[in-house]
Design a protein around this ligand. Structure first.
Ligand code: PHE
Length: 454
């Protein structure tokens, strides 16, 4: 039923911030950010990335949130409510579809992470990077084990979402955030106090020329900012729809962007010093987390303990993001099709689990997997389509819609409704109408061309 009056809302302002930051902080910060930093030459990427987060990420997050709060609907319903009798709802539908695609492979990686908690406890990690590569390839190319972990991960996600906005999402992020914070601090302290940590700190913090050129760096930075901030697919429309008019969106978005960026930086501080101190390579790409780090842990004192802590952290971070992906799709079924929350979450979870299975099997021996071929798996292709095409496209269309159709003024008024706290200034209109669409379109098109040419 599209009945806005019975919609749940966050039980406190902190509820939204923790849920939204929980969505933002995930595999993107701990798995993806360090490896794109690594393959783009380190600190120079970090600097450009930070600029993009401020210039593109923050205004985009505010814009999606105000669309959600103003309409009090899921992404499809939100566009229908703000632009009745038009085709703009398709942008919302694109978001729902994107959430579906991302969750299908996100859950596979979340499952690897859960499995690695147990591998670490079981003492499977050794100090030889080659052996750890084989361990990982062996793990992912098994037909059954990763699929079962993918099921477990999806089951946890469904269980939380079935609980509802306050009793499911808010309750769990409130418990899981302190756990994440503590684990990450322990790991950062361990990493930066290793002998020889300086080289890793320099790589991460002292800029040198981009290692793959400026074009690649810009494309990767935009894609990373959308993915890590959960932008371009309606997470913030959906979470924003549970906000009340008293909540200050510009202030809350500063907190969410700050937490996400802070955790990405801590992720780098946790990974690079250890990787360099113990003599490993930083540019291992997708495999950095699962192939390089286990070897790094095995080499350091109490490594078994720290390895276990690391993979628990990664799993928890992934879970608080996965629930937001499922919430977008669930809210759509509840609002638009009138399904109950429990039924929506369960049915969607089952379907997304099935759709994710080929991503998991894509590493099977029948694919003739070698390390190089990891860049060509189905999972990689989904990751590319989602982050380099679907999220930027969703963001681009949302910005055009908000700036030109709904109008920047309506968006700004909605954002500035709350009495106290930050207010959006005159900069917002021009940024929304010109900077966002041009920057996103340019980099997205460039990225697509480059992908097919190279
Ligand atoms: N932001 C999440 C991460 O960094 C991933 C995500 C993308 C979640 C899009 C929701 C929507 O891991």
């Amino acid at each position: 039923m599209a009945d806005g009056s019975r919609r749940e809302s966050w039980a406190s302002r902190l509820g939204f911030i923790l849920a939204a930051a929980g969505s933002a902080v995930g595999l993107g910060n701990i798995w993806r950010f360090p490896y794109v930093v690594g393959t783009n030459g380190g600190a120079i990427f970090v600097i450009i990335y930070l600029i993009i987060v401020v210039l593109v990420g923050y205004p985009m997050m505010v814009t999606e949130s105000v669309i959600g709060r103003s309409s009090k609907r899921n992404p499809v319903g939100a566009f229908k409510a703000l632009a009745p009798n038009s085709l703009w709802w398709i942008v919302g539908a694109l978001g729902v579809l994107t959430g579906f695609v991302i969750l299908s492979y996100y859950s596979v990686v979340g499952g690897w992470s859960l499995a690695y908690v147990f591998r670490s406890i079981g003492g499977d990690f050794g100090s030889d990077a080659g052996e750890m590569t084989n361990l990982f390839l062996g793990h992912v190319s098994d037909a059954w084990v990763p699929v079962i972990w993918h099921l477990v991960f999806m089951g946890l996600t469904v269980a939380i979402i079935a609980g509802g906005v306050v009793k499911g999402i808010q309750r769990w992020v409130t418990v899981l955030w302190p756990v994440m914070g503590l684990l990450i601090l322990v790991l950062v302290i361990r990493s930066v106090t290793l002998e020889g940590a300086g080289a890793g700190l320099a790589f991460f913090l002292a800029p040198e020329a981009p290692s793959q050129g400026w074009g690649r760096l810009l494309i990767d930075a935009i894609a990373q900012s959308f993915f890590t901030l959960s932008l371009g697919m309606g997470v913030f429309i959906t979470y924003g729809s549970y906000l009340s008019d008293r909540d200050n969106i510009p202030s809350s978005a500063v907190a969410v962007v700050g937490l996400d960026t802070g955790i990405a930086i801590l992720g780098g501080l946790m990974i690079f010093p250890a990787v360099f101190a113990l003599g490993f390579e930083a540019d291992a790409g997708v495999g950095l987390t699962f192939m390089t780090l286990p070897a790094v842990f095995a080499t350091m004192p109490l490594g078994g303990l720290f390895g276990t802590i690391f993979f628990i952290l990664l799993s928890v971070a992934a879970l608080t993001s996965a629930i937001s992906l499922l919430e977008v799709v669930t809210a759509w079924l509840i609002d638009e099709k009138g399904w109950s929350r429990g039924k929506s979450a369960a049915v969607l979870g089952a379907v997304i689990f099935l759709v994710g299975i080929p991503s998991s099997l894509g590493f099977g021996p029948w694919e003739g997997v070698s390390i190089g071929a990891i860049g060509d798996t189905l999972l990689d292709n989904y990751d590319w389509v989602a982050n380099s095409v679907l999220l930027p496209l969703g963001g681009l269309l949302t910005a055009i819609f908000a700036g030109w159709i709904w109008t920047a003024k309506s968006a700004q008024d909605e954002a500035n409704k709350a009495g106290q706290g930050l207010r959006l200034g005159g900069w917002y209109g021009p940024v929304l109408k010109f900077v966002l669409p041009l920057a996103i379109a340019f980099v997205m098109i460039w990225g697509i061309i480059e992908h097919f040419v190279s």
